[in-house]
Design a protein around this ligand. Structure first.
Ligand SMILES: [Zn+2]
Length: 392
């Protein structure tokens, strides 16, 4: 294997020192630390002999001569981010590209997408590059303090886009950010799909009233409706769910939210995720039905609104097969196929070219936290699987 694990780990720690906060990092998109990290990456790109390119969104590419694979992830972080989220994939890509420049091999280009973590919405760099949102529309987005993307990117951006046709495919290595590999004691997962998600908002309205004087049979209590719905949803999901289905009622608001008033309304989100679009649709139908049944049974008014729907993204079968073979070679019997429950840039890049991902374990499944970590042997196993899949 021509890749050098020691050099790879040293680079990961060099990137970790930029915007460091304890064991974690603070590098949200276009902050000083993010820009410093991108400039550091450009210096590495120049040193290994690739051509650096900054696009209008601040995505950093290291371009090889000739058409070939693109590898990478992102170097921006959450406001309290772990040191490996995005960094692992970017530095693994850098090491494989460096090995190619030293020892020969097919052309390998690398990328660090901008604003994966969502200061301006999430996956922003790959979303605009893939054409899903125009730069003009993205520019009007504001962060939590009111700064527009147009203003923020003035600090670090170029003039021209990279032509996606110069790449034959994209592989994004990433930490799992979940507990499956760590719990199973496995080294690597090959991602075959990025799950889709749907979310709707349900509002039950009843009659707000005095909590002491209103007899139980005469109440139209919106919170009781909400509780009945939530309980029935869990029961109904047992027959609808697949192995990887997850669902969450994450946001609830009650009006007037006072202890001595029968609640007049309860509004809540229901979100579910799965790699299979048909199942996502079947669950949506069940959620709508259940909301109607609950409202009718309790004499509540019902309003539902679709908040968003994101279809699943299937990874490219040929790239997945190459990664499978590499994983079996590097970590025999210690890897599995896994859909990604989190969104990644690979989802956007899949619109432009064949795309695939590989995961390494997250210790205790922790991510988006300073405590995020991965055993060194697993970081190196991920690097070796990537190198094997790319270089053979
Ligand atoms: Zn990430």
């Amino acid at each position: 294997m021509p890749v050098n694990p020691q050099r790879f780990l040293a680079d990961l720690h060099a990137l970790r020192s930029i915007g460091a906060d304890g064991p974690g990092v603070v590098r949200p998109a276009f902050t000083e630390a993010d820009i410093e990290a991108r400039k550091w990456l450009i210096a590495q790109i120049e040193e290994i002999g690739l051509t650096p390119h900054i696009d209008p969104l601040g995505d950093v590419f290291g371009l090889a001569d000739g058409r070939g694979l693109l590898l990478g992830s992102h170097t921006d972080s959450q406001p309290e981010g772990g040191w490996l989220d995005g960094a692992f994939g970017t530095i693994a890509a850098l090491e494989v590209a460096r090995a190619v420049m030293e020892d020969g091999g097919p052309p390998v280009s690398i990328v660090s997408f901008q604003d994966e973590e969502g200061r301006f919405g999430g996956l922003t760099g790959s979303t605009v590059w893939s054409g899903a949102v125009s730069l003009e529309d993205a520019d009007t987005r504001v962060d939590s303090t009111g700064v527009t993307l147009a203003d923020a990117r003035r600090a670090f951006s170029g003039d021209t886009w990279v032509d996606p046709d110069r790449f034959t495919g994209f592989i994004e290595p990433h930490i799992e950010q979940g507990p499956v590999l760590d719990t199973a004691g496995e080294a690597v997962a090959i991602v075959d799909a990025i799950v889709g998600a749907r979310e709707i908002t349900i509002a039950f309205s009843g009659q707000q009233n005095h909590a002491g004087t209103t007899p139980m049979p005469l109440r139209r209590d919106a919170v009781q409706g909400f509780v009945a719905f939530a309980t029935a949803l869990n029961e109904r999901m047992e027959t609808l769910r697949g192995d990887r289905t997850v669902w969450t009622i994450g946001e609830v608001s009650v009006t007037p939210n006072a202890s001595s008033i029968v609640p007049g309304s309860a509004t809540f989100s229901v979100q579910w995720r799965d790699p299979d679009d048909d199942r996502l649709a079947a669950i949506e139908e069940a959620v709508q039905e259940l909301a109607k049944e609950t409202a009718t049974a309790r004499d509540l008014d019902l309003e539902t609104s679709r908040y968003w729907a994101l279809p699943p993204t299937q990874m490219d079968p040929e790239l997945v097969a190459r990664l499978d073979a590499a994983a079996e070679d590097v970590a025999p019997g210690q890897w599995r196929r896994l859909p990604s429950g989190a969104l990644h840039d690979a989802m956007n890049v899949a619109r432009l070219m064949p795309a695939a991902m590989l995961f390494v374990p997250s210790i205790n499944g922790i991510s988006h936290d300073f405590a995020e970590d991965t055993a060194e042997e697993h970081l190196v196993a991920g690097l070796n699987v990537l190198a094997k899949a790319v270089l053979g």
